[in-house]
Write a protein that binds this ligand. Structure first.
Ligand code: AQP
Length: 333
């Protein structure tokens, strides 16, 4: 069934288990999935095959994959309302990626900014997988005929590529895929590194004070935020020209739910130290219940295994239907 014939829209999104999830992943992605889970048919993936496109350690990948599933649940995704699964448990993702590789012009991939950033200076360590990563992401989305892909702003270009690939495939081989849309929230769509507000917060970035991980201890959270890079001015206002301060205020706004005006009024006449202390308190308070639920959920590893097995069984009819149509359309059946 494609999007045109469904009454409830289907969303698909995922996070790569390339490290511990951080505030950017939470504010830019998971929190929005949780808030909207009643409105849609939800499929959320831990995209472990994306995480092998750069150097990685297999044991760490295994552990981050499970940790990410645990954090999805701890952040509030309800397995009754969402199908939560691991990408490599459904082999059709890579089968479809190959087929889509064959309809994707190389020039489209050469334009991807994330590839340019991640491959810069990498020489022979830059894998072909890193280059074709957006095609695997398109396969993830198109396999489930998703209508919407809720992502942070940094992933918008990749979702637009998935749209282009779907439209091209439909033109070449007949109507097969739902053409998906990126769904991006304006507030907190891009959280930047606390140590360098010109770079987006990333799991794989170096630097002890770069990010706040969702499982960080309160002391570590406070240290990171108190050391956040700002500027030498004084007034606390939302001004994108002052990226360090703007980032702190953006996180404050995302977690407090207050308007820009309310926040500026609240901090009028105060210094950066005051803002940082309040922000640290806010982040610690937001993460505390997530951390408690995470400890509870992961106390029984079998619970996660059962959930993942059930998810794969639930997805099977959608996967089989899409792949049957693709194989016929492309002439393999
Ligand atoms: N800094 C961010 N601000 C807002 N949203 C973000 N997301 C990631 N970083 C930020 C959103 O989180 C979701 C999952 O992203 P991903 O892990 O699949 O890929 P990524 O964007 O490459 O994430 P990282 O943390 O930067 O990982 P690494 O370091 O491994 O590349 C997406 O919805 C993304 O928008």
């Amino acid at each position: 069934m494609t999007g045109a014939t469904r009454t409830t829209k289907r969303v698909f999104s995922g996070i790569q288990p390339s490290g511990g999830l951080h505030l950017g992943n939470y504010i830019g992605a998971i929190r929005n999935w949780v808030e909207e889970q009643d409105r849609y048919e939800n499929i959320f993936c831990v995209v472990d095959q994306h995480a092998i496109t750069v150097d990685y350690d297999p044991a760490q990948l295994r552990s981050h994959t499970r940790q990410t599933v645990g954090l999805y649940l701890a952040c509030g995704l309800d397995p009754e309302r969402c199908t939560i699964f691991v990408q490599s448990h459904v082999p059709e993702h890579t089968e479809l990626a190959w087929l889509l590789n064959c309809v994707t012009p190389m020039g489209w991939l050469e334009r991807m900014t994330q590839f340019k950033e991640k491959s810069a200076g990498g020489g022979e360590r830059v894998s072909t997988g890193l280059f074709t990563y957006p095609v695997l992401m398109a396969a993830d989305i198109l396999l489930y005929q998703a209508d919407g892909v809720p992502v942070g702003e940094d992933q918008k270009q990749h979702v637009e590529l998935a749209r282009d690939i779907a439209a091209r495939f439909n033109r070449l081989f007949g109507d097969t895929f739902t053409v998906p849309e990126p769904w991006i929230r304006p507030v907190g769509a891009r959280v930047m590194g606390f140590d360098d507000p010109s770079r987006k917060m990333s799991k794989s970035a170096d630097g002890q004070y770069h990010s706040v991980a969702l499982l960080d201890e309160p002391d570590q959270i406070r240290r990171t935020i108190m050391r956040a890079v700002t500027d030498s001015e004084r007034d606390i206002v939302f001004n994108p020209e002052r990226p360090g301060l703007f980032n702190l205020l953006t996180v404050f706004q995302a977690l407090s739910g207050q308007s820009k005006q309310e926040i500026e009024t609240h901090f009028a006449g105060q210094g950066y130290g005051h803002l940082k202390r309040e922000l640290a308190d806010l982040v610690i308070a937001a993460l505390e219940p997530i951390q408690a639920r995470y400890r509870d959920i992961t106390a029984d590893p079998a619970r996660i295994d059962q959930l993942l097995a059930r998810s794969v069984a639930r997805l099977r009819p959608i996967v089989d239907d899409t792949m049957a149509r693709v194989r016929v359309a492309m002439g393999h059946r």
